[in-house]
Design a protein around this ligand. Sequence first.
Ligand code: PLP
Length: 357
Amino acid sequence: MSLTLHVAGDRWRAHLRSVAERHPGLVPVCKGNGYGLGLARLARKAQWLGVDAVAVGTYAEVGEIATRFDGSMVVLTPWRPFGPALDVTDDDALADRIVHTVSRVEDLDALLARRPDARFVLERLTSMQRHGLAARELWAAARALHEHPRARLEGVAMHLPLAQGSHLSQMQRLMTDVVGAELPEGPGARTVWVSHLTDAELETLRGEYPDFVLRPRIGTALWLGDREALTVTATVLDVHAVERGDAFGYRGRTAPKAGHLLVVSGGTAHGIGLEAPTGELDLRGRAGTLARGGLDALGFVRSPFSIDGKQRLFAEPPHMQASMLFVPAGARVPAVGERIDVRVRFTTTRVDAVEID
Ligand SMILES: *Cc1c(COP(=O)(O)O)cnc(C)c1O
């Protein structure tokens, strides 16, 4: 009765292992909806992989990970002197396992005032311009740290954009800042946590900075990197034959021609949207999608559901937990109970069940 994510277990686990083997120092990213697989499952898999650290998105996510993974948890959302960061900072049971991200000099002072032996990374601002210290601020933080002998610096973190050309020249500039910062001696002064570098870029940088340990944070390419191992299906819940002109749905719209209405599991609460995921990220691409084929000749919108390999149309906008599809006369009509394929964007989909075989 559900929107179900099927995982080809052996294949998926083999992929996870191979990513871990190819990425020494791997930091699996466990955040959000758990990349469609759920945070708890990712935490258990990180434990199974045997990594010493994972990255979680927010302080609110720490609890769900902490009971299933027993290593360190780097919180990607930078520490601020307010909100749930403070509860986690004050939790003595977690203190040795949490690695805070510090992205402002004043937050370093505030964090260390609260917990003088806090573990943390200093985030360096990148071309992402999301969070982080500018070069001068990194140097100021390094100077401040010399006054805090108990502080546990775990490294410098950098969040790079999704690859648009090479990251190498930017990384080389950022590494120069790290070298020049004169961070207090220790492994933290020579550890850099990075995202979105290609394997070749990592290898090049390791060659250029042999004294440094590079720790790649990987989410999508780890958990979702072998798409063939993951399929999502919906269940056909009801089928109604309609003639041209028959009214249906919340809005009493009439069928433009004869066919069948299919009620299938999966609606807005699962993240099923009106627009089928296209993989086109930019606005121009999206506008193009709508203009090209958003509406078909019958005035229906393409859905992410497909039957016998053919993408079907929404008969009306998705409901909260189900969707109505239109199957024109002549096409095979699936039976109630049959499972049909759904193309989803994993990071925005909440499935009802995950089946691993
Ligand atoms: C989400 C995130 C990642 C992982 O990104 P993927 O594209 O899923 O691999 C790495 N670093 C930071 C800071 C992030 O927010």
